[in-house]
Design a protein around this ligand. Structure first.
Ligand SMILES: N=c1c2ncn([C@@H]3O[C@H](COP(=O)(O)OP(=O)(O)OP(=O)(O)O)[C@@H](O)[C@H]3O)c2ncn1[C@@H]1O[C@H](COP(=O)(O)O)[C@@H](O)[C@H]1O
Length: 106
């Protein structure tokens, strides 16, 4: 999975400055962060809908769209996928319930 995301990150970085007429990555970046964020939100909603329909093939496609648009957003934000993976590694073995219970209260 990491190798796939690493390759996709490189492809997105290489395509960002391409001709928007021939590159979806370039076209989306040319529209700016608000449009990239909007697309990510739309893909998240479509992923949720596919999950609720119980259609595994549809969910697979929507999840791929979601991950792709997340990668475009991370790239446009200058956040390497390696940093996200490192954060997940850091959390490994820490129960979400225990972590939430240990948060300082307001
Ligand atoms: N993985 C993807 C990928 N997944 C989805 N998409 C595109 O994401 C778009 C999402 O479809 P939507 O209908 O939701 O969006 P839309 O057509 O822009 O609709 P509106 O926003 O206009 O309403 C489609 O154009 C898909 O083709 C992708 N486009 C590119 N990639 C990867 O990025 C690489 C570079 O792509 P280009 O920049 O286009 O060369 C490709 O070789 C792939 O590896």
């Amino acid at each position: 999975m990491t190798a796939t995301l690493d390759r996709l990150e490189s492809t997105i970085a290489a395509r960002r400055g391409a001709d928007p007429d021939s590159s979806y990555v370039a076209r989306l970046n040319a529209k700016g962060m608000a449009k990239i964020a909007q697309k990510l939100g739309e893909e998240a909603v479509e992923t949720v809908i596919a999950a609720m329909r119980g259609d595994a093939a549809e969910l697979t496609g929507e999840a791929a769209d979601l991950l792709f648009h997340l990668m475009v957003l991370l790239g446009a934000s200058g956040v390497p996928i390696a940093d996200v993976m490192a954060e997940l590694d850091r959390r490994e073995g820490v129960s979400g319930i225990a972590e939430k219970a240990a948060r300082p209260r307001d």
